[in-house]
Design a protein around this ligand. Structure first.
Ligand code: GLY
Length: 367
């Protein structure tokens, strides 16, 4: 088992990464809590595949558990299910010193974390992420929340988990499309801050997609280390944390245009967004022309979506997509912030991007 420490003072915690962690969940959680009863919030697909293993793993350490099984899918990250979750947890008499377990992908992690943040002015929680995307991104760093009719993640709080258990075995039940979508966030880490990691992914990416366990552990570990490092520097996104949004300004517009559903998964949008961010950086003379070509070549080699034309169905015009970017919650004083790159592994945040250049990159991408 590998462990990454997130050094946030009195909110510090460990991320354990390895095989068979569900079966050892009771012993691992027992290292940070002596509670003998725990509430699990999960969703139906994860419950069918893995809930028994987790509950057995808790029971092995003498921990009883109850589970709330919610519907799978993005629409669960909303007021009605938030209300249901909080009321269920209150009915279970959850106290401040208890630990609520978020057992699922990003939707369950964000929803459960937000319920924990707001109940009794803050109850502890453990993230047990079951998708690659959640293991490398959403379960780490304390962003919790739900969607509003006006946009994604508009209702939320920073609330760090007390522990994260990333069990690599559960990735084996993901569809290849969902796995590769999560891989979009893995590539993002190399692109934003670690050129050597990107080199490594060029070599090991196909192996980890094919199921190589040590490659998966190494990739999740490096991603979590990079996220931990950034979150330690800037927990509440006053500055550097925005680097984690490489590719996301484009991605949010594309997700809004495609309805946040099956046409474009989040990590697919991130991958396309990263390719576009490098193209934009190169057009603005900030990075070399070879960099966007290398990014695209790797995504293509992994069988991922790279261009707007890889998205099924019609998209709005380039102008309309840029308008959609303006509705992102990361807009500051009406200025769009972009993450651009001076090269692979050298991303930076800027508000200084001419709208015309963005429009042109989008137009050329579909041409
Ligand atoms: N997923 C971006 C962040 O946690 O800041």
């Amino acid at each position: 088992m590998e462990t990454v420490h997130v050094g946030l003072g009195d909110r510090a915690y460990d991320i354990h990464i390895g095989q068979g962690l569900l079966g050892r969940a009771g012993a691992l959680i027992g290292q940070i809590s002596n509670r003998k009863r725990m509430m699990i919030v999960t969703e139906e697909n994860v419950a069918a595949l893995h809930l028994q293993t987790l509950q057995d793993g808790l029971a092995a350490a003498g921990i009883e558990s109850e589970a709330l099984v919610l519907p799978a899918g993005e629409s669960t990250k909303s007021w009605p299910y938030y209300e249901q979750t909080v009321e269920w947890l209150l009915a279970q008499k959850v106290e401040r010193k208890d630990l609520v377990i978020a057992f699922g992908g990003g939707v369950i992690g964000d929803l459960t974390g937000f319920a924990a943040a707001t109940m009794r002015r803050g109850v502890g929680f453990v993230q047990i992420p079951t998708s690659l995307l959640a293991q490398v991104d959403s379960s780490v760093g304390g962003k919790t929340g739900i969607n509003a009719p006006q946009g994604k993640n508009l209702i939320g709080a920073f609330h760090q988990p007390s522990l994260v258990l990333a069990d690599i075995d559960v990735l084996g039940t993901m569809t290849s499309r969902d796995f590769l979508s999560g891989y979009g966030e893995v590539v993002k880490y190399g692109l934003l801050g670690d050129a050597a990691f990107f080199d490594w992914l060029e070599e090991y990416g196909p192996k980890l997609a094919a199921g190589d366990v040590s490659a998966r552990i190494a990739a999740v570990k490096r991603s979590c280390e990079m996220k931990a490092d950034i979150v330690e520097r800037d927990e509440t996104e006053q500055g550097d944390r925005a680097l984690l949004n490489l590719g996301h300004t484009f991605c949010h517009a594309l997700e809004a245009a495609t309805g946040y559903g099956d046409r474009l998964l989040h990590g697919e949008g991130v991958a396309i967004g990263c390719a576009l961010a490098f193209e934009l950086s190169s057009r603005l003379g900030i990075c070399s022309q070879e960099d966007p070509s290398r990014v695209r070549a790797h995504l293509k080699a992994m069988g991922m979506k790279v261009d707007l034309t890889d998205i099924d169905g019609d998209l709005p015009s380039a102008e309309a997509l840029v308008d959609l970017m303006g509705q992102d919650k990361k807009v500051v004083d009406g200025q769009l912030r972009f993450i651009l790159a001076r090269g692979i592994g050298e991303a930076f945040v800027t508000a200084d991007v001419p709208r015309d250049a963005v429009v042109q990159v989008l137009k050329d991408n579909v041409a």
